[in-house]
Design a protein. Sequence first.
Length: 618
Amino acid sequence: MKTYKLLAISTLLALLLVPAAVAQEQAAPERGVVEFGFRGVTGEVYGRTFPASTALPGTSFSPNLSDSPLNVYSDYRNAFYVPKVNVHLDNFLGSNSYLRLQSASNGFAFQDGGSLSRDQSVLVTLGQYGHYKAQFRFDETPHVFSGTTRTLFSGGNGTWNIDPALQSKLFNTLCGGVLTTGGATKVGKCSTSSLSTSALVALNSTNISNAVAGGLVGGVSGVQPFTQEENRKAITGLMSWNLNPNVSLSGLFSREHQVGTRPIGFVMGSSSTGYIAETPESIDYYTNTVKFTSEFGQKHWDASLGYQGSFFQNNIPNMLVMNPFSTVYDAGITASNPNGNTTGMGPATGRMDLYPDNKYQQFVGQGAVDLGKNIHLMVNVTPGWMSQTASFQPLTTNPYLSAQNPPAGYPSFVPASNLGGKVDTLAMNYTGVFKATKSLVFVAKYLYYNYDNQTPDLLMRPTVADTIFLTSGSFHGSTAGCYDPVVGPSSENVINSNYTYYCPGEQTSFTSKLFDVGGTWFFTKKNSVKFGYQRGWMDRTGREVEESIEDSVYGALDMHLRKHLLLRVSGRHQNRLPQGGASAYELDTGNVYARMPDQATRVRNRGDASLQWDATQK
């Protein structure tokens, strides 16, 4: 009877489990997931609810929640949105390929007439396992520096203007305007000598407040709301193809575009007595990257050859900004004083150079080979080329200085239309590993890097504060390497009111080499001692020290005191000495603190000891 009951129960369980097993086998594979919904954002910004219910005191400026740090790197909106998509389709269109679609971050959000979200990432992959893969990726990232900025500037695309009426009123009311005393022209330079310091501060504070509120000049508005933000968009395409188990090819192209503005400090005039304003920096540039790689491999060797290039393009090479506090450049230029600046005025505008267009390209070759069971060799050789030929910006925005020609017998102020920058690089790394015995391994390395700067040396006559050419009166105790080209190099570092100073754009090159040989001895299964020696050479061109050599010895000890307790002790001694007979190099022999840190004599000793306990070991 018991046997019959046992058989009956077993049969019943089998009948119950069969449908479940069949259902499990026939269940459709998971194809992915798509998330969507609606999102609402509410909160307060500086005490104001969303939307803004009150304005800043005395203004109509009412920032809302979307202008707060909530959206510094995001794009939260009250809208329908798709935060996540992950769909995978095998046997795409009846083939052996697969298709995968992924979306991260905000996905697609619409609001206020249907604008796409500015914070999203989309990745589409089409491929066949073990054969090929093609990818397309799109990323967009916002960056709101400040949504509550107010500014007097207007414009964009590299030109920022101030209303001329407001600029003139600020200059004449706040900075004193152009004054004439005893037949000599001078400027108040944002000060009024007849007023006390406290009265002057109060007057300027009132005038600035009136300018901000739009009450300084009738019919001229004050500061306007301005959102300081930039947006980054990047597209990337990648293709990889396995020709056979031993050969593969891959290529990549990416293009990134950044556009917008961000705050930057702008000094017009001398850095110590000039006019300072925070202006928007115009951003509109592209970075293009191209890569190709081929890989080959066998049982005892492998190799890789490739090319990669980076190409930078800036659509706004420089920025022209009006000075809010000055309408003049320099009224002091006369026949007897062609340099002008006797009044200390101006400039009315300023120009800032932005990032120049440039290129960087390199080939990459690397490989490894096993010579028997105990010797392993690796090599990497990477030659590269950099170039920069962006046009020089005008020497000055001051029309009085622009009209000046070089004195007789002197070269032009700007000798070329562009830098003509060219740098060749070469990096080589060689590594050899020799397993002498089961417990003793030696490693030898040789690292080489050459930076060959072939950019021509240019001799220019710079301007100071955009109001005067460089003169002896512009120096602060040193001519900083500038000299009079007619007098000759002997005039370098000599302050003389009769000299016409030009400054050279000298180029520097260097070569660094490092040889390292060391070994590791495992005197027990888990305990080892490491030892080694290094010698490094640094050769320079256009620097104070042409060559320096640094020797190093190092060692380390690892001991497992117990199964869960590790003691590690290491030390290193380094000694760097400039060559050429000098025991130490100092830029200024009277000041040891003025040494160039990468060229001076240096002795360093370092020791480390640590005790590590792994509490997870049984």
